[in-house]
Design a protein around this ligand. Structure first.
Ligand SMILES: *Cc1c(COP(=O)(O)O)cnc(C)c1O
Length: 380
């Protein structure tokens, strides 16, 4: 019901593809090989070049698959516990439970919306195997403390960087440091391959294990496919999945990677416009993020005084679509149905409102959204 009356004029998020992507897909179709071949190899090389510092990129069918494969390659399995913030897309939780491990929901700092590292530290048990920070709204939070905690307790770190493609943290591009970062190239993320994802790692052994996991566990099939061949005589030593990327998807992704600077500019400019327009709005709290180094995937704001739902409705009536990222996962039946209380996340869940953010939101629309929010908060 909320905000559903008027026709949507400004969508909260959307895919931006054009003739270049269409031409690239057409070329693959004309070549007649649709599977995982030269386009995927080229996309992986270009991504590795973009991220730098001798990383290996393993492309997969989506971001959820990237997380699932990364967890498995880190040795996470049944009986293990994985710490992760409750305020994330359901994909993060499902990737953990998909390995047979138990996702342990951690609270978030209600001012930053990032994982509360002290809360996470308090949930470490002898079964804790890994920690999965989520780069919520494209910022990396207290990543240094998370790595320090992991080192102290011998935990693996898998970064859910689905929001943070192309972002910088402490001057370094996300994925270029640390253990493993997982990206999503879903239609509405910072770049898309239609559907797709990638794991980035600096560890050649993990990389090779990921390459096998994505092709049903068939050993070294990646090398064969990249040469246009298939493995007929092979061995399999562990459970794998059909998680590889196709050349059709990679062709879209390669064009999008070239267009990333254009997308990044548009996203950063709109986020800065929101920061200027709403920085002093009564009852509105913005996340403290330095846009520019951070290329935002979403723009959540916190609406205080119980006004969130009515503001959402008022914007909807003017054709401005908004979102709520996210319902905390510990409230879902599969993940405890609220038996654990996480007050920081439960508080922000009542206040979060995601404003439209994608490269096709115009300057005028950005200003109009600021005006509408201001007007509502000042008068209602
Ligand atoms: C999008 C997203 C994913 C999953 O990516 P898909 O490509 O949709 O499978 C995982 N985690 C977060 C935080 C996301 O936003």
């Amino acid at each position: 019901m909320l905000g559903a009356k008027a026709e949507v004029r400004v969508r909260v998020s959307r895919s931006v593809v054009g003739d270049a992507e269409i031409d690239a897909v057409t070329a693959v179709l004309k070549r007649g090989f649709l599977g995982m071949g030269s386009e995927v190899r080229a996309f992986e090389e270009e991504l590795a070049q973009f991220i730098g510092s001798e990383r290996t990129v393993v492309c997969v069918s989506n971001g959820t698959a990237a997380l699932h494969a990364a967890l498995q390659a880190s040795g996470v399995g049944p009986g293990d516990e994985v710490l992760l913030p409750t305020l994330t897309y359901i994909a993060s939780f499902q990737a953990v439970s998909g390995t047979g491990a138990t996702p342990v929901a951690c609270d978030v700092n209600p001012h930053t919306c990032w994982m509360d590292v002290d809360d996470a530290a308090g949930r470490i048990t002898p079964r804790t195997k890994a920690i999965m920070p989520v780069h919520y709204a494209s910022g990396c939070g207290e990543l240094e403390r998370i790595y320090a905690l992991a080192q102290e307790h011998g935990l693996r770190v898998i970064e859910d960087a689905a929001h943070a493609f192309g972002c910088r943290w402490q001057g370094q591009i996300v994925g270029s440091q640390g253990e493993m970062a997982c990206f999503s190239f879903d239609g509405i993320k910072n770049i898309t391959s239609g559907e797709g994802g990638a794991v980035v790692t600096g560890d050649p052994e993990i990389a090779s294990r990921l390459q096998d996991i994505r092709l049903l566990g068939v050993q070294r099939d990646t090398e064969q496919r990249f040469q246009g061949r298939r493995s007929w005589e092979f061995d399999v030593t562990e459970q794998g999945w059909r998680y590889h990327m196709s050349d059709i998807m990679a062709a879209i992704g390669r064009v999008q990677l070239r267009r990333f600077p254009e997308f990044a500019d548009a996203r950063v400019q709109l986020a800065q416009r929101y920061q200027q327009g709403l920085g002093h709005c009564p009852g509105i709290q913005l996340l403290d993020i330095d846009y520019g180094p951070v290329v935002p995937h979403i723009f959540p704001i916190l609406v205080q005084d119980g006004k969130r739902d009515r503001l959402r409705e008022a914007l909807g009536e003017r054709g401005i679509e908004t979102g709520i990222h996210y319902k905390p996962n510990h409230l879902l039946s599969k993940y405890g149905g609220g038996t654990v209380r996480l007050p920081g996340a439960e508080k922000v869940y009542q206040e979060l409102l995601t404003l439209p953010l994608h490269p096709l939101v115009t300057r005028e629309q950005g200003d109009e959204i600021c005006r509408q929010v201001m007007q509502y908060m000042e008068t209602e």
